[in-house]
Design a protein around this ligand. Structure first.
Ligand code: SF4
Length: 395
């Protein structure tokens, strides 16, 4: 296919595809899905080889959020039955992080629900970062605490944070249909603050909220402009009790096309499969490793993932290798430009709080290319183990 040959050539040269080319990837048929994966896989291998970076989420504060992000199980007035708890103590967070690191993760993503941190919250998180770094040499820490005020990114950087995650989630044009309590511009501002403070920026999206192909291309092109080091791709988990609970718009093939499009637009950036991997890719997860070079190990913020051991077996069976703590995630040219301690930066999960699950008005914005699937509510399990419980974490 000429389109794919062109996109591979551009990806190998780190050249931006046109919007039309990105849209054409999303419009390919299921018959062509293996060709699409093979083409984007060449770009992935050029910049990241067969390495898969593992990241581990620690939900420092769960639920009780005053914001109204419609994909989120932690939103205002949510009736999702998720775990609700206030700030974990540094030693509790460190214990949870240690489980993920022992399972093979090299990055810990510290996430807290809420519009954004107070200065006191930043102090708390600084103590947690210190505890984790003291006990786990070489660990990368990404914070995801919502919208940042002036000076907070710098304070997190001083406290030892390597990265900051805040997702754009969807296109600027549809953002107001997803959330009313803050704006797309607020989100862009926080990503820019993280960048300016020398933190590795991590910012991504949520697919499956009823957006059009144009929306998806818009948000991915906007992300490319923001130039994050990592782009988490969430697939909406329609959690019962959220406004988007009925939005089952994704097929495994659609998810693969979306990941391929992100890879072509952001060829040398860490692309992470975030929330919704098990729910929407299902048995096609191993194919997605040919597109993304990063995943979360184990559970998400408020929902459960497959067993950590199953993640590791999947990676090995698919012919990939877990990236070691001493390996640099990003290609040399990006790691140097980032100039930060970890050369890899990434994460996801938050700012949009990983388990994605959005939904406002979805299925609604028209032009959805995906063929709707039967709801797989059987695959959605509220997290009942790990942080905030007495049970061992999944790692
Ligand atoms: S995504 Fe974050 S800010 Fe929005 S409702 Fe969820 S926890 Fe609150």
């Amino acid at each position: 296919m000429d389109l794919l040959n062109t996109l591979v050539d551009k990806g190998l040269r780190r050249e931006l595809p046109t919007r039309e080319e990105a849209l054409a990837v999303l419009a390919t048929s299921d018959d062509d899905v293996l060709d699409v994966v093979a083409a984007a896989g060449k770009v992935r291998r050029q910049w990241f080889g067969r390495r898969v970076k593992l990241n581990y989420l620690v939900n420092l504060k769960s639920g009780l959020c005053p914001e109204d992000c419609s994909y989120c199980s932690q939103r205002l007035g949510s009736s999702t039955g998720i775990l609700k708890y206030s700030w974990l103590k540094p030693d509790e967070a460190s214990k949870a992080a240690a489980a993920g690191l022992a399972g093979g993760a090299k990055r810990v993503c510290l996430v807290a629900s809420g519009r954004g941190p107070t200065d006191r919250d930043v102090d708390r998180v600084a103590g947690t970062i210190k505890a984790i770094k003291e006990q786990n040499e070489g660990v990368e820490v990404c914070a995801c605490l919502g919208l940042l005020s002036d000076g907070q990114a710098e304070r997190l950087r001083e406290a030892g944070a390597d990265a900051y995650n805040h997702n754009l989630n969807t296109s600027e044009g549809t953002y107001g249909e997803i959330t009313t309590t803050h704006t797309y511009a607020d989100r862009v501002d926080t990503v820019n603050k993280a960048h300016a403070a020398g933190l590795s920026a991590c910012s991504g999206l949520i697919a499956g909220m009823g957006e059009t192909d144009e929306d998806l291309v818009d948000v991915v092109f906007s992300l490319r402009e923001l130039d994050p080091d990592s782009v988490p791709v969430n697939f909406l988990i329609p959690v019962e009790g959220t406004p988007l609970a009925k939005e089952w718009n994704l097929t495994p093939q659609r998810c693969l096309r979306i990941l391929a499009m992100v890879r072509f637009v952001c060829p040398d950036v860490e692309v992470r499969i975030a929330g919704g991997r098990e729910v929407h890719l299902r048995t096609m997860q191993p194919l997605a490793l040919h597109l993304a070079n990063s995943i979360f190990l184990g559970d998400y913020l408020t929902t459960e993932g497959q067993a950590g051991q199953a993640d590791l077996e999947m990676i090995a069976d698919a012919g990939f290798v877990v990236e070691g703590a001493d390996e640099v995630t990003l290609p040399e040219h990006r790691a140097e430009a980032a100039g930060s301690v970890c050369g890899s930066h990434a994460d996801a999960g938050c700012g949009s709080h990983a388990d994605a699950g959005c939904g406002s008005g979805c299925g609604s914005h028209g032009g959805v290319a995906a063929t709707a699937t039967e709801p797989r509510t059987d695959l959605v399990a509220v997290r009942r183990r790990g942080a905030g419980t007495d049970l061992a974490p999944n790692a």
